[in-house]
Design a protein. Structure first.
Length: 385
């Protein structure tokens, strides 16, 4: 009798216990609220807290993309790009996640510690430009290799297959090393290469090709654009040597040419100023002495340097007399011609009292008798006319 009533009671109790246990498992746990001290606000602690960081170790950098490592950032999306002592492999891996680009990192890559402070999120393009600047500051750049980008040293970058840009193509505005070819129109390519050599970066290279008057620049895109702006200001038309013909009215052209050669000696190819300028251009410049421990670029920029010659230079190449027309043929610059013209105007004047020959045709008298009569009147010696 007792057993008959006990079994239903036990079954009912077990059912109630299983139902209560299922409800407890299905119900989410509420966050634990710590009782604050007087004057403090309550802090809610989530159930899953991050593991405490060991003392002296930096907190790992998070970009918000760790949950999507294989997915490229959508166009227009912005990411948090703040770094502190990031290693090169970690930096390359993070940029690859942000931009979707593929990189080849050498096994013996130099060790760097990159730090970037950015209060606001940036786009993928801005993060990539910052990445190129970090590489350039540490003597590295990227070189395309198929669908990959190789990370190489900037030393000897001109021998790498860098992207090539010519006139009419826009040079990139970043710190990636590229090669740019530019044809100079009005000045010498050698002078331009010497001048721009003072403005290139430490690992940059500038080569002048004289047959086509072209310069080849290998440097960062930002610095090449700066050098092109400098070249735009100096590559302007200028007045060179011209041929001038000046008639001589009163003096003899040959004597005038000899006198001008004494005043402005051409020395068989130019005046003293022009010959000196040509010789200075042909003679290589002596290197500036370097102090111990001073970089080569700093030594090159230690003192002022003059490249080329002035467009208004006074240069006389030759002075040729033409006896038939009693004229002078001048090969000189405009400035030198103006100086010669001032001297010619001062010397080519009629001289008062100087004898001259006049021819008068007689109509009725005999010329010999008339000449004797005139000679006897002025008291001169005999002669014929």
């Amino acid at each position: 009798m007792k057993l008959r009533f006990a079994i239903p009671i036990l079954l009912t109790s077990a059912s109630v216990m299983f139902c209560a246990l299922g409800m407890a498992v299905a119900q989410p746990q509420r966050p634990q609220v710590r009782i604050p001290r007087p004057g403090q606000t309550p802090q809610v602690q989530e159930q899953e807290d991050e593991a405490p960081q060991p003392a002296g170790k930096l907190r790992p950098f998070r970009t918000g993309l760790e949950d999507r490592p294989s997915r490229r950032v959508p166009p227009g999306a912005r990411v948090d790009f703040t770094l502190e002592d990031a290693d090169l492999p970690d930096l390359v891996r993070m940029i690859s996640r942000i931009t979707g680009k593929r990189f080849i990192l050498p096994g013996k890559a130099r060790s760097i510690k990159a730090t970037v402070a950015s209060e606001a999120p940036v786009s993928a393009a801005e993060a990539y430009r910052a990445f190129l600047s970090i590489l350039e500051l540490n003597g590295m750049t990227v070189v395309p290799s198929g669908r990959y980008l190789k990370i190489v040293e900037t030393a000897g970058a001109e021998s790498q297959p860098l992207p090539l840009y010519t006139d009419g193509e826009a040079t990139p505005r970043d710190d990636r090393y590229v090669t740019r070819m530019h044809r100079v129109e009005n000045v010498s390519a050698e002078d331009v290469a010497t001048l721009l050599g003072r403005f290139k970066s430490r690992e940059g290279n500038i080569t002048a090709y004289a047959p086509t008057n072209t310069i080849i620049m290998t440097d960062t895109g930002t610095n090449i654009r700066r050098m092109l702006r400098i070249l735009q200001e100096i590559d302007v038309p200028r007045t060179g040597e011209q041929i001038w013909i000046e008639p001589i009215h009163y003096a003899n052209a040959t004597e005038m040419a000899a006198r001008l050669q004494e005043i402005f000696p051409s020395a068989g190819g130019g005046s003293s100023g022009g010959a000196t300028a040509s010789k200075a251009r042909a003679t290589p410049r002596r290197a500036t002495p370097r102090r111990p421990g001073q970089p080569a670029q700093a030594a090159a920029a230690a003192g002022p340097t003059t490249v080329g010659s002035r467009s208004g230079e006074s240069r006389i190449t030759n002075i040729i007399p033409d006896e038939r027309t009693n004229s002078l043929i001048l090969l000189a610059t405009e400035r030198a011609y103006m100086r010669i013209l001032e001297v010619i105007r001062a010397l080519d004047i009629p001289v008062e009292g100087e004898g001259s020959i006049h021819v008068h045709q007689l109509q009725y008298a005999d010329s010999e008798q008339m000449a004797q009569t005139l000679q006897s009147l002025i008291g001169g010696g005999g002669g014929s006319a």
